[in-house]
Write a protein that binds this ligand. Sequence first.
Ligand code: EPZ
Length: 456
Amino acid sequence: MVCDRENKSDLKFQNFKINGNRSLKGQIKISGAKNSSLVLLAASLLSDETITLTNVPNLTDIDKMKNILKSLGVLLKSEGEDLVISPQNLHLCELPYELVNGLRASFFCIGPLLTKLGEATLALPGGCKIGERPIEEHIKGLKALGAEIIIEDSLVKARINNNEQRLKGTNIKLNCPSVGATETLIMASTLAKGRTIIENAAREPEVQDLCFMLNKMGANIYGAGQSKIIIEGVTKLKGCSHKVIPDRIEAGTFLIAAASTFSSITVSPVIPNHLDSVIEKLRESGSKITINGNSISIKTNSIKAVNIQTAPFPGFPTDLQAPFTALMSIANGQSKISETIFENRMSHIKSLNQMGASIVVEDNTALINGVEFLNGQSLKGQDLRSSAAITIAALAAKGISRIEGLEHLDRGYENFENKLSNIGAEISRENAKNINHESKLSLDKSNKQTKNYQAA
Ligand code: EPZ
């Protein structure tokens, strides 16, 4: 049974059914960036007027962030492609625990609430499957700006305790170029009194997109995209209209899927220089890539093993490490993929090996012996990007795969299976509740036949 995501409640029972080993051909439309949209939604809290965001993707993480803004008294209205945000009635500075617990990115609200209302209380964002995800850089920076912060019973309580009820600009040097900490401190500094300098700032495109929108709102931010950012505080911020940048991670995921299936596709709109490091590695691994304005085309006839080390932007993005590992699992030769950003981002390896890959992990580095082909399997993704990686492997594999874990995938990819089936992939979303026992048996039988065939 093919179903859509509307019934989000039973995502845990939904799975992709994929018949792999088919080349793809055509054009994929890239959606707005998840990791830009989330922080832009939080930044809208800083405004005294209406913000209109366009190109916001339809994702479960975005739905959760919208609910958080609504719980604070913000009015949200969809008008066609536009999301109209009216924060004029913002009156609450405490985020409900259950909403924060469901979305780490809700912590982006602490900077705007603190600098706008003088206080903020929200749950301490826990770790997740890919790592501990600490926030000490956020807390240290906010304290340097003059906030009083108490963390007790898993709650972060921040307040401004000076007569002027304003944060005070200061110099902050981050110990690591944390994307979230950079974005939190930029937002907090926009309404602080005086100048703030953030050194060792994150340079990601999503940080740049945030600064671009804040400057349209009347902020004075210089050096976005560099490791030193200067913010001259102002007393208020006005409304604006802003289009979210294309999602570089979605675009990179589809380019890697095309390479893995020896396909010829075009992805657009993209901002090519957001993908320089990914394009370089795909070319090094044998894909032919053409850039034409805001489109990137890829054609792949063979896959050569290449080594990867993830790094902060402009290095190779950690969010594409798992998808690229799927590509390297069927490359000619041996490759090494080192994950340097998160401590536990190798959950896709077990599934890839179940499909016939030959990968061992040592000290957060995957040592990959490329194999000739993978075999379809029934698998379950453990987090957002590993679910994408397993889906890519299933598109490349011989035989049928069923991939569970769509509750992770739908957090970060809009209409994922439709975008793939539109260019020739045999992929559909099924509701496992409705899959009867026979069809499960037929899947096992067809995979066994495929394996026997390969054994011969
Ligand atoms: C953002 O997470 C993205 N999420 C992540 O995307 C992305 O993987 C990550 O940046 C790195 O690019 C959003 O933008 C919503 P960090 P963030 O703070 O801000 C350490 C996806 O798949 N660190 O740059 O949480 C931290 O432990 C998601 O779309 C500290 O040590 O990432 C990690 O090792 C996953 N102390 C490294 O920095 C701190 O105070 C990078 O984290 C903060 C971070």
